[in-house]
Design a binder for this molecule. Structure first.
Ligand SMILES: [Zn+2]
Length: 445
């Protein structure tokens, strides 16, 4: 199993200069070949491949004007070219935007595909030597590669990639197969299974089969919002291109960094807690990209900074949960987002189509149960997770009559942001189509 450890490194002055030079060379190589492949494309209608670029780079290094490129570790420059090639590939396969030129003032990184090791408690890098590092975990395995990055606030980090055979994983997964083998009603399930509903008023609502509880989003981020506003105002008054402006850009970046760190810390702790308490967690498969394009991402709720510009809060949480559970032999089940978790009654399965966004609690007209919106959703998600487990069908198969296209786009996957309806983008419809095709039942809609 591949494992990554991100550590902060503290290069001394000399090492910092050498590192910055290497970062600069890699940046230059990226920008130079991005420009070159662009102009070649305009001339002959074909860009450059990695091989062509790498060959060209070797020639370029021999020209006296570009001799300084040899100061950098050659492998890191080749890696930059490989990254450029995959950036183009991602663009052509519509996964990413067109590759952009890299700036000296933004986050920068280089990758050492080989030659790195841990020595004397520090990190040994080619051409740079042993850099002081805060290595929090003992790594006995061979390091495969190291990605070194410099943030816009001048901090250095190294991501160490190494292969481990985690003993904890093996022992726990043996237990786990047992848990998966039993049917949903049985009490033989070893670990706990919880359904979690993601929302705005409370970040997560957890139902573990016995009780429900909710966890509120973090508040201290408000403090930073004010700071950010003031610093951004200051920045806007500075003359473009001045060194004062550069200084202020850094000050703004520092606040952003604080917010990001606070958010990551909170989500790490939350996912750790959920992972420790449960063997299996069931959550909605959210359309994070869709969320980001809605009003929600810009909503003036205290949570907006937590979500980030990209709706990253939920996505990050699910990501953390997924790998933490997997590492310990657990499982994150993502229920299809067309599953109407908020609308179903968790007692009698009555589907309440009258439920609007502003209704926080409701009484089921069928069985008269009083429901809290989030708690009910968490219960439904857990139930659905159990069903998926027992049929060992990873995908949620709904009765298609229930999946009416128009109502479902504003169905359970809708979110409440100050009472506003948030519509998801048409990717829902696309997914819908693929689901219909895979289902044995033909769609009536
Ligand atoms: Zn009911």
């Amino acid at each position: 199993m591949l494992n990554v450890l991100k550590v902060r490194i503290y290069p001394n002055k000399q090492q910092e200069i050498a590192l910055n030079r290497n970062l600069g060379c890699a940046r230059f190589v990226w920008n130079y070949y991005l420009n070159k492949t662009n102009s070649q494309y305009q001339e002959i209608g074909k860009g450059m491949s990695y091989c062509q670029m790498a060959k060209d780079l070797t020639q370029l290094k021999k020209i006296s004007d570009y001799e300084w490129l040899t100061e950098a570790t050659a492998a890191t420059l080749q890696q930059a070219l490989k990254n450029l090639e995959s950036a183009f590939k991602n663009f052509f396969e519509k996964r990413a935007k067109f590759p952009r030129f890299k700036s000296k003032h933004k986050k920068q990184s280089i990758r050492y595909p080989e030659g790195c090791s841990i020595k004397k408690g520090g990190l040994a890098l080619p051409k740079i030597g042993v850099v002081k590092a805060k290595i929090t975990r003992q790594i006995t395995d061979k390091i495969k590669s190291v990605t070194l990055s410099k943030t816009s606030t001048d901090k250095y980090f190294a991501c160490l990639l190494f292969e481990t055979e985690d003993k904890a994983t093996i022992s726990k997964s043996a237990e786990c197969t047992d848990a998966f083998g039993v049917d949903s009603q049985s009490s033989r399930v070893v670990g706990k299974i919880s359904g979690i509903d993601l929302g705005l008023s409370s970040l997560v609502t957890v139902f573990d089969g016995e009780k429900t509880y909710s966890i509120d989003p973090i508040k201290p981020i408000r403090k930073y919002a004010k700071q950010l506003r003031r610093r951004q105002q200051n920045l806007s008054r500075k003359v473009k291109g001045s060194s004062n402006r550069q200084k202020n850009i850094k000050r703004v970046a520092k606040v952003h960094e604080k917010v990001a760190n606070t958010r990551a810390d909170f989500l790490h702790k939350l996912s750790r807690k959920l992972c420790d308490e449960n063997q299996i967690v069931v959550a909605e498969n959210l359309n994070i990209k869709g969320l980001a394009r809605t009003k929600l991402a810009k909503s003036p709720t205290p949570l907006a900074p937590l979500l980030g510009g990209d709706g990253g809060g939920f996505g990050m949480l699910l990501n953390f949960l997924s790998y933490k559970l997997e590492r310990e032999g657990g499982l994150l089940i993502e229920v299809d987002r067309f599953f109407p978790s908020t609308k179903l009654c968790s007692c009698c399965n009555f589907k309440n189509n009258l439920l609007t966004l502003s209704i926080r609690d409701w009484v089921c007209p069928e069985c008269q149960t009083h429901h809290d919106r989030d708690e009910n959703a968490a219960k439904n998600l857990r139930q659905e997770g159990l069903r998926i487990l027992s049929t060992s069908q990873p995908r949620s198969t709904l009765k298609l009559s229930e999946v009416e296209v128009p109502t479902n786009t504003e169905g359970h996957s809708e979110f409440q942001a100050c009472g506003e309806t948030v519509r998801l983008v048409n990717t829902c419809i696309k997914q819908q189509v693929s689901m219909n095709q895979e289902s044995p039942v033909t769609a009536s809609a």
